[in-house]
Ligand binder design. Structure first.
Ligand SMILES: NC(=O)c1ccc[n+]([C@@H]2O[C@H](COP(=O)([O-])OP(=O)(O)OC[C@H]3O[C@@H](n4cnc5c(N)ncnc54)[C@H](OP(=O)(O)O)[C@@H]3O)[C@@H](O)[C@H]2O)c1
Length: 252
């Protein structure tokens, strides 16, 4: 594939993310609290998370290493952060979940497998075929440093928020409580806020369009999901804090 074709496909792929936002604002993806059994066959929730997320680092590494990536410390750091993120998301996070007996629609797992395959393809193919070497001093470039700070702040916010949410249940419970304290004072979904911050930080560090496309997809998935969570909280808890926003503190 030549570079023009690659950019054309990447543009179409990214436009699809934006086109799906109105759909996602109307129909919440049916997993977690929004699960619907009418979406066809279901499988164990934890297994579903493992299967759908492990695809991402595999696709990235396959497409990167099957090309001829220009090896550099910057590339090792970036690819390493991607793999570390997904080792957490596909193994540690699912094992920590307290979702006994809960199931996830196979359709959601397959759609996430598709997303992770395509996203891994674009980013891995870019690094393996088109990127060329990062400059020797890229690790000290202001874009890399600013991106790394954003990425690390996003990781911290995402992890801490997920941990607080998971800890709202005692072992064996499956219900929901109102999360309190820390960033939950301002927004319903700091885990989604942190994840969006993380991948925009990564795009800044990596400084390429496939990474930016991933950040756009993350926001396009998680902003509507956070809005759906926020509405769900308001509908289910009459005493839900009225001043709390969905995902962007002070905004919405
Ligand atoms: N990069 C991307 O495009 C992308 C897409 C999707 C998700 N993610 C990431 O994947 C992670 C999970 O996403 P998610 O949307 O499933 O998060 P979530 O709905 O906030 O749920 C996280 C975990 O906490 C539990 N939980 C949440 N709120 C709770 C409450 N009020 N009371 C008791 N338990 C509660 C959930 O249980 P239940 O499952 O039973 O609701 C689930 O086990 C997040 O870190 C998110 O950023 C990333």
């Amino acid at each position: 594939m030549n570079l023009n074709t690659f950019y054309l496909l990447l543009g179409i792929w990214t436009a699809l993310a934006l086109a799906l936002v109105p759909v996602q604002l109307r129909i919440a993806a049916p997993y977690g609290r929004h699960t619907k059994s009418s979406w066809g066959p279901m499988l164990n929730n934890r297994l579903g998370w493992i299967l759908m997320e492990i695809v991402s680092p595999m696709a990235l590494l396959y497409w990167m290493l099957s090309g001829n990536p220009a090896a550099s410390p910057s590339l090792y750091v970036l690819a390493g952060l991607w793999v570390l993120h997904y080792l957490n998301r596909s193994i540690i996070f699912p094992l920590r979940l307290r979702t006994p007996g809960k199931r996830i629609p196979l359709a959601i797992v397959l759609s996430a497998v598709f997303f992770n395959s395509v996203n891994g393809f674009f980013n891995g193919y870019w690094w393996g075929r088109f990127a060329g070497p990062y400059p020797d001093d890229w690790l000290s470039d202001p874009r890399f440093i600013a991106g790394a700070l954003l990425f690390l702040a996003g990781v911290y916010i995402n992890h801490r928020s997920d941990a607080l949410l998971i800890a709202l249940r005692r072992p064996g419970e499956t219900g929901y409580r109102i999360p309190q304290g820390w960033l939950f004072r301002w927004i319903s979904c700091p885990n989604h806020f942190g994840e969006i911050m993380e991948w925009f930080g990564f795009a800044l560090m990596a400084w390429n369009l496939p990474a930016l496309s991933f950040a756009v997809w993350t926001a396009a998935n998680l902003l509507p999901r956070a809005v759906a969570h926020h509405r769900w909280y308001r509908a289910h808890f009459p005493d839900y804090p009225p001043e709390r926003k969905a995902v962007i503190p002070g905004v919405f």
